[in-house]
Design a protein around this ligand. Structure first.
Ligand SMILES: *Cc1c(COP(=O)(O)O)cnc(C)c1O
Length: 455
């Protein structure tokens, strides 16, 4: 180990110049995204009223494997990329495992998470098209923070609907967005039809990503020269995030290893897809044997306990119908502190890949995730985002398994963000005031049964 670097960077020249689209390489393509009215497959033009035109085209593209990263986006990437690939030697020692554990550290971006990789791309495409205003939703505030910065970088006005529970639990993320110049509204709000309906039925509603998405789309449709942007779930978001895995691929090569296991935490799938797909292309094209693990919270287990079915991406049903693993768009997850993982569905590509057996999913209880995050902080010196703690917990399980079996495994996980603005959650954990949530099968069934009328 002594002759090996602990942290591996790439030079500016080596930063990827194109994103990787996995769809052309897939054995079974994702089923089509449908117009909820006509039930017909969507064409890019159908998405133009809501999304920037270029991302609409990227969303439905099944033929081009590579999309050039526009020069202005690459210039922005240079502010924080490449992100380091780190060998977690101290964590390995603490676990006394024969496994080699690497992590890709996306927490070094200016806003502290991987979300900026797509925010910059989406803001750029809006600007290029002459758009002046954009809207979005945010759960834990990571996407909103990233898009606020990206909007400022490309000169756009941004309105963010922030899930109310996070608005209250994470006031500093709100401050960050406001500091970058965004307008932030707690959701559900009285400013939209979708929000008013929820508040009329449930005045103390703590909000959900699904509701916030409905509000942001509604505002975008009503505002001239305005588009909506989404930070996860959709294919074009996963596409932009592949810069993570493409860098990691080169960095692992420099480290002289190829991962046996690749892990990402899973909300809507963007950081998982970003780290996984560039490696998965070697599985699809060359039969490389790599295990891919999506780590989701036990209280929002769409991949492990949801069903594969057409569903809406939002609560009010404004989005197209997506073929995906889902807990039902009315599913209300427990108020866990990994806000970015409280989403009912998964991306369509990742769902098809899961259905075809190319990835595994595990669900991690809240307390196990914070125990893992604390060990990581104490060994590697980085306090991880509560979301990222799920990937760490999964990596620890695999490292312990390798120890039990006495085999050397190379594990790579994505550290999607740092937790320095999530210390309220760590406080509650340290005081013994966090709990695990049981999620009875009947609750999942009830929410899934409501989907029967959809298609
Ligand atoms: C948003 C977020 C996630 C979850 O979203 P994905 O699209 O599944 O990646 C995970 N980690 C962090 C730090 C986030 O901000």
């Amino acid at each position: 180990m002594s002759d090996k670097k602990r942290r591996i960077f790439l030079s500016e020249k080596e930063i990827p110049t194109a994103w990787y689209n996995i769809v052309p390489d897939m054995v079974n393509k994702p089923m089509p995204i449908l117009n909820p009215g006509t039930k017909q497959p969507l064409k890019p033009e159908d998405l133009f009223p809501i999304f920037a035109e270029e991302v609409s085209r990227q969303e439905l593209n099944q033929t081009d494997s590579w999309f050039e990263i526009p020069e202005p986006v690459r210039d922005q990437y240079k502010k924080y990329r490449s992100t380091p690939l780190v060998r977690a030697t101290e964590l390995e020692k603490a676990l006394d495992t024969p496994a080699h554990i690497y992590f890709k550290n996306e927490s070094v971006s200016p806003v502290g998470s991987h979300k900026l990789n797509s925010a910059l791309a989406q803001a750029y495409y809006c600007k290029e098209q002459g758009i002046t205003n954009i809207t979005t939703e945010t759960g834990a505030g990571q996407w909103g923070a990233a898009l606020s910065y990206a909007s400022k970088a490309f000169g756009l006005d941004l309105a963010v609907y922030m899930v109310r529970i996070s608005y209250e639990q994470k006031p500093y993320r709100r401050s960050i967005m406001q500091t970058f110049g965004a307008q932030v509204i707690a959701s559900p709000s009285m400013s939209t039809k979708a929000g008013r309906k929820v508040l009329t039925d449930t005045p103390n509603h703590s909000g959900s990503l699904g509701i916030a998405i409905s509000e942001a789309i509604e505002l975008a449709l009503q505002t001239p020269n305005c588009k909506y942007t989404l930070g996860s779930v959709l294919n074009h978001v996963a596409l932009h995030q592949t810069v993570i895995g493409l860098e990691a691929e080169k960095q692992m090569e420099i480290a002289g290893e190829y991962p046996d296991i690749i892990i990402g935490c899973f909300g809507g799938g963007s950081n998982f897809s970003g780290i996984a797909y560039p490696f998965m292309r070697h599985t699809l094209k060359k039969g490389k044997k790599t295990r891919f693990i999506a780590a989701e919270p036990s209280s929002c287990p769409k991949l492990t306990r949801g069903i594969f079915q057409y569903d809406f991406g939002d609560e009010a049903g404004y989005t197209p119908l997506l073929p995906m693993y889902t807990l039902g768009h009315n599913f209300a997850p427990a108020n866990i502190h990994a806000g970015g993982l409280r989403y009912h569905g998964a991306g369509t590509i990742v769902s098809q890949l899961k259905k075809d057996g190319f990835l595994e999913a595990v669900d991690i209880p809240q307390l196990e995730s914070f125990r893992a995050g604390t060990l990581f902080a104490q060994t590697e010196g980085i306090i991880p985002a509560p979301e990222s703690c799920h990937a760490i917990a999964s990596a620890i399980r695999e490292a312990n398994q390798a120890k039990e079996e006495g085999v050397q495994k190379t594990i790579l996980f994505n550290l999607s963000g740092h937790g320095l603005i999530d210390m309220t959650a760590y406080d509650l954990f340290n005081q013994g005031n966090l709990v695990d949530y049981d999620l009875p099968e009947a609750v999942i069934r009830r929410s899934i049964d409501e989907l029967e009328h959809i298609i």
